[in-house]
Write a protein that binds this ligand. Structure first.
Ligand code: FES
Length: 106
């Protein structure tokens, strides 16, 4: 099971096993990590699951859909590595992926 590293808004770092097929959002919510609110439960309609993916791992995930890009416009602190974590589905190549959760999701 890939280990995903989450740096959360208080600066602490959490390493979590996330099963293939689940999202980066699922891995955070199931382990009660702070920062990813996921108000819409993963249906790509709230933008409270915004994360910054470390640049070296961006290519491991499918590109953002137009829907996701539109929603990211409503998030704060967006940069070129911003994604909605409910749309980042973990695959077997994701071992060691690291994301940073911004302070602005709530
Ligand atoms: S959980 Fe709502 S957009 Fe990801």
């Amino acid at each position: 099971m890939p280990k995903i590293t989450y740096q959360v808004p208080d600066g602490t770092v959490h390493i979590v096993d996330v099963p293939v097929g689940q999202s980066i959002m699922d891995g955070s919510v199931r382990n009660n990590l702070p920062g990813i609110v996921a108000e819409c439960g993963g249906s790509c309609s709230c933008a409270t699951c915004h994360v910054h993916v470390d640049p070296e791992f961006v290519e491991l995930f499918e590109a953002a859909t137009d829907e996701e890009r539109d929603l990211l416009e409503y998030a704060e602190d967006v940069d070129e590595h911003s994604r909605l974590s409910c749309q980042l589905i973990v695959n077997s190549a994701c071992e060691g992926v690291r994301v940073t959760v911004p302070d602005s999701n709530s």
